[in-house]
Write a protein that binds this ligand. Structure first.
Ligand SMILES: [Zn+2]
Length: 222
């Protein structure tokens, strides 16, 4: 079983890349957010447990997340391997994942970091504005309105959600980068870390990731 871990800060484009890698690699992307939703929908015991924490706005404990991940890995399409997206998020999760995979005679083949500098992440995450009438989305740099502060489509004023305000984004990003750094260190120490320049256009990032993956021992194009 082949196990790839895709790492990246919020705004780095990691989830997009995980989806783009599925077809060329022939491996399913497994995102923990999707696992939570699927388990909650299917009413599994683990899903019920996860829902209790999510409904309270708390983090789902590692034991529950790992249990769901194991159930997912046991499904037929994952027998060849998986691309993990959004897990592990902490050093403790990375260690738990290693221990779980060892029991199955497997291990993480490589952890690939979609690397984007903190100031660029901040710019990507903090410039979001929404139309106050219907929520048409804008971004100060990526998709600015023709007239600052006004929706192009209906002329309504643009507003910024509390979550998108610069000081809130900065505090959240710093916390997330700290945890990501721990996970990156874990895989670097294990000799499994590959770093790809995440400031390239999307297709360039995908090409760089595929080149790194195909250079892994036993992963040459088949
Ligand atoms: Zn609008």
């Amino acid at each position: 079983m082949r196990v790839l871990v895709l790492l990246g800060a919020p705004g780095a484009g990691k989830g997009t890349q995980a989806q783009l890698l599925e077809t060329p690699l022939g491996l399913p992307r497994v995102a923990t957010g999707d696992l939570f939703r699927a388990a909650a929908r299917d009413g599994t015991e683990l899903g019920r447990q996860a829902k209790v924490f999510m409904d309270r706005g708390e983090l789902v404990p590692d034991s529950v997340t790992i249990g769901m991940l194991l159930e997912r890995l046991a499904q037929p399409d994952a027998s060849v391997g998986v691309i993990l997206d959004g897990f592990p998020r902490t050093r403790a999760q990375a260690q738990a994942l290693d221990a779980t995979l060892v029991e199955r005679g497997a291990g993480v083949d490589s952890a690939l970091l979609v690397d984007v500098p903190a100031d660029e992440l901040f710019a990507r995450l903090s410039g979001r504005w929404l139309c106050s009438a219907t929520g048409h989305p804008y971004h100060e740099k990526a998709a600015p309105p023709k007239v600052a502060g006004i929706c192009d489509i209906d002329g309504s004023p643009l507003i910024q959600r509390d979550d998108d305000k610069p000081e809130v984004v900065k505090a959240r990003l710093e916390k997330q980068l700290g945890a990501l750094g721990d996970v990156v260190d874990h895989y670097r120490a294990a000799g499994k870390l590959k770093v790809v320049d995440g400031t390239q256009p999307i297709a360039g990032v995908t090409a760089s990731l595929l080149a790194e993956i195909r250079a892994l021992p036993g992963w040459a194009a088949e």
